[in-house]
Design a binder for this molecule. Structure first.
Ligand SMILES: Cc1cc2nc3c(=O)[nH]c(=O)nc-3n(C[C@H](O)[C@H](O)[C@H](O)COP(=O)(O)OP(=O)(O)OC[C@H]3O[C@@H](n4cnc5c(N)ncnc54)[C@H](O)[C@@H]3O)c2cc1C
Length: 481
């Protein structure tokens, strides 16, 4: 086992992509096998030392940031792809496998793992712990739907394999087989939206595995994962469509949503507002100077004729230009366009030295336009720099507020709460894909109330009996005292 103690060696583990940063920790443990994971956990439990699991560090809510100290357990050396079964379409991976490595191995066998997130340096264990959603979640959904089994080291060091379809809640309770753990299923109702990564999963007849997926390192340490894989999709065609006004862009989205003949082939349907395009124009001459709005979609091409439908559709909305990509080089370029925006935003944030405030709200489909109007109405007179972009096809836009001074920071925080309240009032979730971590307790409280958070804390106390894992993730640690 590798142990890092010197400040220079541990520095990288004190932060993630959230701008949160811990001051110091006792040690970073990097186990090379499951026995070593067990040793660390048993020792921490015995000495009551907080333990935070670290994966790729790409989380945006501070989940792996060890506020309050303790130790870090990094899964980076648990990085073996144990099995890829082409015939039965599954793979078994250690938790520290980097998503890009997994995708590369799969593609050698013409296989594919659909819910991979945009940030491909993330680890599979991190994806399961946050229930990440992929670039193609419009078609394929989130990580939860692909996880068939997980191997978990509990805080007493015991190792359990939990497989989907084996253990279900009964009379409001769930137990972990071959342990004495039994817990009450939380009573709150989850929102009916296309994606949800806010707090513990809860349903009356839920599968045990679902409490661990999206539990952000608070219940156990995932060391191995078994996931479903699929055949590589047929050829994929990408297109960015530029408009001079939002009316046409939004009509196109509404019409696409009604088109049953093409919906099943669409992999993603994304949106960029005029402020996003303003930032991107500097880097991409393909974006027309007069463009104010953009939709980007990817669709499977099942036959040469399948693109004819799109050809007709694209003619109908006064778009000013279309940027097509079907060759690998063009796709790479358009992919770069799509991912440039978060990079530019992060650069602005660094210069501003005020953190960005980024929403992750998803509302039910029939409430999307109401939510969209609400964002714009509230942002209208603020003068604050902001961008709106994201997964419009899943009723999931990210509003990034970019305050430049203290007054704006306060205004951004106020708006953030107002947006979240509205999203919840419309039946939505405060987090579609990023999770709650240490940054969004207040928002989760808007969703489930103090009582909901207390119910989650009770689940944690029943499973993580030493109460050492992922402290302050999802709900504040005072709730487990
Ligand atoms: C540019 C950018 C783009 C992004 N795009 C997306 C996107 O498209 N979709 C999306 O969903 N997210 C996205 N994210 C967020 C991030 O990539 C995901 O949340 C990802 O799943 C985090 O994985 P990680 O390996 O980096 O985990 P980390 O950040 O290291 O950890 C995340 C959380 O999981 C816990 N954890 C990690 N491994 C384990 C384990 N083995 N057992 C128990 N707990 C564990 C940690 O304690 C922590 O709470 C993006 C982030 C960035 C910076």
């Amino acid at each position: 086992m590798i142990v890092k103690k010197e400040k220079g060696e541990t520095l990288n583990y004190l932060e993630d992509a959230s701008n949160l940063k811990a001051d110091n920790i006792e040690s970073v443990f990097i186990p090379q096998n499951e026995e070593e994971v067990g040793e660390i956990v048993r020792e921490c439990s015995a000495r009551n030392i907080p333990l935070t699991v670290s994966a790729g560090g790409t989380g945006v809510v501070g989940g792996r940031v060890p506020l309050g100290g303790g130790v870090i357990l990094s899964t980076e050396k648990l990085n073996e792809i144990v099995e890829i079964n082409k015939e039965k379409k599954y793979a078994v991976l250690q938790a520290g496998v980097v998503i890009s490595d997994f995708l590369e191995e799969l593609s050698k066998q013409k296989l594919f793992y659909p819910p991979f997130p945009t940030e491909r340096t993330a680890f599979i264990g991190g994806n399961v712990a946050t229930n990440a959603s992929g670039e193609y979640s419009f078609k394929f959904g989130s990580t939860r739907e692909y996880v068939r089994g997980i191997k978990v080291v509990l805080s007493d060091g015991k190792v359990v394999w939990i497989r989907r379809g084996e253990t279900f809640a009964q009379d409001g309770y769930l137990g972990i087989p071959s342990t004495d753990i039994k817990f009450k299923v939380p009573g709150y109702e989850m929102p009916s939206v296309r994606k949800n990564a806010a707090g513990y999963y809860s349903k009356a007849d839920m599968d045990l595995i679902d409490i661990f997926i999206g539990s952000e390192g608070t219940l156990g340490i995932i060391t191995e994962v078994e996931v479903k894989v699929i055949e590589e999709p047929p050829d994929v065609f990408f297109c960015a469509v530029f408009f001079q006004d939002s009316e046409n862009a939004f009509s196109m989205v509404t019409d696409i949503e009604k088109r049953k003949d093409i919906l099943n082939d669409i992999l993603c349907l994304e949106y960029f507002d005029s402020n996003s395009l303003q930032l991107l124009k500097e880097f991409y001459p393909q974006v027309p100077g007069v463009a104010e709005e953009c939709l980007l979609f990817a669709t499977q091409v099942n036959s040469p004729e399948s693109l004819d439908v799109w050809d007709k559709l694209l003619g109908g909305y006064n778009s000013i230009s279309n940027w097509f990509a079907d060759s690998p080089k063009q796709k790479e370029e358009l992919y770069g366009f799509r991912h440039k925006l978060p990079e530019i935003i992060n650069e602005i944030v660094r210069k501003n030295s005020y953190p960005k405030i980024s929403t992750d709200i998803v509302v039910p489909e029939d409430k999307f336009w109401q939510m969209n109007d609400f964002y714009r109405e509230k942002l209208k007179g603020t003068g604050m720099k902001h961008v709106i972009f994201g997964h419009i096809g899943e009723s999931h836009l990210h509003v990034n507020l970019l305050p430049e001074n203290e007054e704006e920071r306060q205004e951004a925080s106020r708006l953030y709460l107002e947006f979240s309240r509205k999203g919840v009032e419309l039946g939505g979730t405060v987090s579609g894909e990023h999770g709650i971590g240490k940054r969004k307790h207040q928002l989760l409280k808007i969703m489930y109330g103090e009582e909901g958070l207390k119910q989650m804390a009770r689940v944690k106390k029943s499973i993580d009996k030493s109460c050492i894992l992922g402290l302050d993730n999802i709900f504040p640690r005072v709730l487990i005292d």
